[in-house]
Design a protein around this ligand. Structure first.
Ligand SMILES: Nc1ncnc2c1ncn2[C@@H]1O[C@H](COP(=O)(O)OP(=O)(O)OP(=O)(O)O)[C@@H](O)[C@H]1O
Length: 787
């Protein structure tokens, strides 16, 4: 038998055997020249065989390898080999043309199973934030009779809610600080306003009744201008009684004209509603702002105030109030004012988290903890003991949607929502960033010119002349503003939404819009008589009380569990019903309800179920009829092989139309690219504790790009550099990491505008991650032709 070393001049065995049996360096015996020649020939033959063998073995390997189902590939969390048009999964040279793949192919499946034990949503629970029906009445809570009858007769409030019943009597009789915690929509605004108004109403100064010039007795701080305006509106309603007209509220907000605010301050007022940045500004620059008499400081949405990095501003406000109070007590030692001797601080929030405790430590002394006593009738538990909770009657669900099906699933939910209940119904959809709101607003809205842009352009010029103009003015009148918005509809970001239903109005709201547009939009949405949808960022998540909101959709997950509660809290208010749906992607995101919310009561839905409802045809007349003359297997000829269902066809068609529009319009394509990029950046800013759930490395960028109507490979998506414009990218609002307090004074003075801009460090970190991810993806895309 030939020795392995003596292979020279023998027919070569298959490569594998050759390599197994031989070693080039191991040729021994004979002359050195012969050994050298043999070695060379062996090397040559091996190279030759190597090529064929590799090809052969690759072929063999490919054909023998069990074809990975997309589900297997993706649910393992790795990038999959794109299989569209590539039956054997082999890599192909990068094509020049854009990627066109079906939204229904290669989607990962959910990794969790439905929880069959979930019953919470089966039977409607009794509301936990409704007015009480146990005989409680405003008249028996110690309120002035005028005020109590005004609530019932004019404001049409029959009975107090649980938190009102608990807190109002204590706030009337006690001079302690207080922390009010109760569910969203449980009437916390009136809970703190009523005792303040009651005590000012019944107080005297040196024996005389108080009046407009007696001083400012209460300061109410809100984290956003929208919330500030809303609190002011409730206060105006409360003071609209003829016997209360001498009590005057003042509203000062960032984004408004400072000079007109100064004029209002000069005229005097008793209750000041403000955003922190603008108040801090006036405390320094407006000599006529007299806060020496302030007896109440209310921090509404206290945790949000801390999240937004207002800590330093709040410290400045607190020390200014302390200083002025001391000065006042020295100057007017003989004055007898029948109000609390010391200033009372009231902290108010539906959620409790460390930042609230810090704020409490900073501003409260021996505070009363006032919470809603209403218990869930289902569990009998004191719901507030969980630290946060949603109203019991609110039906919560999450839907597991693969990235490529996100857009069509949103369309489907909205279509379905308005088919079921049309008149007056409102839906709010939350997105993670302003760019995404802008893109989806364009996609779902009419393709006409966006009026809001004009309005913003004109507002920018107003803004520039901000300090030059001095409006002779009373307080901004909500009624006046509303009529202004109606007279000049272009002020608001509103359009029609034919992709949902041509009768549905579509609005958008985010922090990058001019304040003028924000105010007008909210006003119009509030007063909209027809069905309407609001696309927004977290600018609308806190405190806003918008009527008839039946459904809240969180298209992008929130940045914290507190944000989750506040977002869904825009529905099911004051005892009304409501539904909330959260979009999650298959994979690690599915852990969100149990791991982050600690709540397994959310109903679980799948994309297919939702798509069938929105795109399927319930009406038999609309189902394509089988032509009589055609073979019974006709469907095979008419329906694409990949998806034979009618609802799939409709969904595909919908998506293709969006893709075509994006292809056809440079503006829309740019919006889509910006939205895609901002979305990923925002995704990268989920808090560290949630990164196992929102893991950017698990994102399939190609699929995600598809949901923005983009056919480009993620690596090819060139995004215009974001200028520092009003339309610039909006950072992740509500990101708890913005509480670093590194925000510039300038942005502080915008009174909340900075709310939606990350600090530089965070921005850079997010971009770094984004670039890394893009690079990784580009490498993989180049190699495997990923879409
Ligand atoms: N006693 C009451 N009876 C009926 N409706 C009430 C009562 N008190 C308040 N409301 C209404 O409940 C709604 C929610 O009130 P409010 O905005 O004060 O809630 P909230 O607890 O501050 O909510 P959030 O936590 O979201 O800020 C408002 O429309 C308000 O008019």
């Amino acid at each position: 038998m030939a020795e392995p070393d003596l292979l020279v001049n023998f027919d070569l065995a298959p490569a594998s055997q050759v390599f197994a049996a031989s070693s080039i360096s191991g040729i021994r015996g004979g002359r050195w020249k012969d050994r050298f020649r043999a070695k060379k020939r062996l090397q040559y033959n091996r190279k030759k065989l190597d090529g064929t063998a590799t090809k052969d073995s690759k072929k063999q390997e490919t054909s023998s390898r069990p074809r990975h189902t997309p589900v297997e590939a993706e649910s393992s969390g790795r990038h999959r080999l794109r299989t569209d048009n590539e039956p054997n999964g082999a890599s192909k040279p990068k094509p020049d043309r854009p990627v066109v793949s079906s939204i229904f192919s290669s989607n990962p499946l959910p990794v969790t199973k439905p929880d069959t034990t979930t019953t919470a949503n089966a039977t409607p629970a009794a509301p936990t934030n409704a007015p009480l029906q146990d005989g409680s009445a405003f008249a028996t809570m110690g309120l002035a009779p005028t005020l109590a009858s005004h609530l019932v007769d004019t404001m049409k409030l029959k009975a107090p809610t649980s938190i009102q019943q608990t807190a109002i009597p204590q706030l009337i009789s006690s001079d302690s600080d207080a922390f009010i915690q109760a569910e969203t929509g449980s009437g916390k605004t009136l809970t703190y306003l009523l005792p303040i108004v009651h005590r000012i109403l019944t107080a005297t100064l040196n024996g005389d009744k108080l009046h407009r010039d007696s001083g400012c007795f209460a300061v109410i701080l809100a984290p956003t201008r929208e919330l500030g305006r809303q609190i002011y509106t409730v206060l105006m309603q409360l003071l609209s009684h003829p016997s209360l007209h001498w009590l005057v509220p003042i509203l000062i907000l960032g984004g408004e004209k400072k000079k007109s605010e100064k004029a209002r301050i000069r005229k005097g007022g008793n209750i000041l509603v403000a955003t922190p940045g603008r108040l801090a500004d006036h405390l320094v620059n407006t000599a006529s702002l007299d806060v020496g008499h302030v007896k109440w400081l209310v921090l509404d949405e206290g945790d949000r105030l801390m999240d937004l990095g207002f800590e330093e501003t709040l410290q400045r406000i607190l020390s200014a109030l302390n200083m002025r109070a001391q000065k006042q007590s020295r100057d007017q030692s003989s004055v007898v004012l029948e109000l609390p001797e010391r200033r009372i601080t009231i902290l108010c929030s539906a959620t409790m988290k460390p930042s609230v405790q810090k704020l409490g430590d900073m501003s409260l002394k021996d505070a009363l903890y006032l919470k809603s006593m209403q218990k869930s009738q289902d569990s009998g538990e004191d719901e507030s003991s969980k630290g946060f909770q949603a109203p019991a009657q609110l039906k919560q669900a999450y839907i597991v949607v693969p990235a490529k099906l996100r857009l069509v699933s949103l369309a489907s939910i909205l279509r379905r929502a308005f088919v079921r209940k049309k008149e007056n119904m409102k839906v709010i959809v939350f997105f993670s960033c302003a760019d995404s709101v802008d893109f989806h607003y364009e996609v779902f809205g009419t393709q006409a010119k966006d009026d809001s842009k004009e309005a913003e352009a004109s507002y920018s010029s107003d803004d520039a002349s901000d300090d030059d103009e001095d409006e002779e003015g009373e307080q901004p009148n909500p009624g006046k503003e509303s009529s202004g918005a109606t007279k000049r509809p272009n002020n608001s970001a509103k359009t029609k939404a034919p992709l949902i239903d041509s009768a549905v109005s579509l609005f958008k709201l985010h922090g990058s819009l001019a304040q003028h547009t924000r105010t007008a939009t909210l006003n119009e949405f509030f007063h909209e008589k027809d069905a309407a949808v609001l696309f927004c960022t977290d600018v609308a998540s806190r405190g806003l009380d918008l009527p008839n909101v039946d459904l809240v959709v969180q298209y992008d997950p929130p940045y914290s569990k507190e944000d989750y509660i506040h977002r869904i809290g825009r529905t099911a208010r004051a005892g009304r019903d409501g539904r909330a749906i959260l979009f999650l992607m298959p994979g690690c995101e599915e852990g969100y309800p149990s791991e982050v919310l600690g709540d397994n009561h959310l109903a679980r839905k799948l994309a297919d179920e939702v798509l069938k409802k929105g795109f399927g045809n319930d009406k038999p007349s609309d189902t394509p009829k089988q032509p009589k003359s055609v073979d019974p297997t006709w469907k095979k000829d008419f329906m694409p092989k990949t998806s034979g269902q009618q609802w799939e066809q409709e969904a595909i068609q919908f998506h293709l139309d969006v893709e075509r529009r994006v292809l056809a319009s440079g503006d829309l394509a740019n919006l889509a690219r910006k939205a895609f990029q901002s979305h990923i950046r925002a995704y990268a800013t989920h808090v560290a504790s949630e990164r196992g759930i929102f893991d950017i490395k698990q994102l399939h960028l190609g699929h995600l790009a598809k949901s923005f109507g983009l056919r480009e490979r993620p690596g090819d998506i060139k995004v215009p550099i974001h200028g520092k414009t009003r339309h610039g990218s909006e950072a992740a609002p509500g990101n708890p990491r913005t509480s670093s307090g590194k925000r510039s004074l300038n942005s502080m003075e915008n009174g909340g505008e900075e709310l939606y801009e990350r600090d530089e460090e965070e921005r850079q970190e997010a971009s770094r991650k984004m670039r890394k991810k893009m690079k990784e993806h580009m490498d993989i895309a180049a190699e495997f032709n990923l879409g």
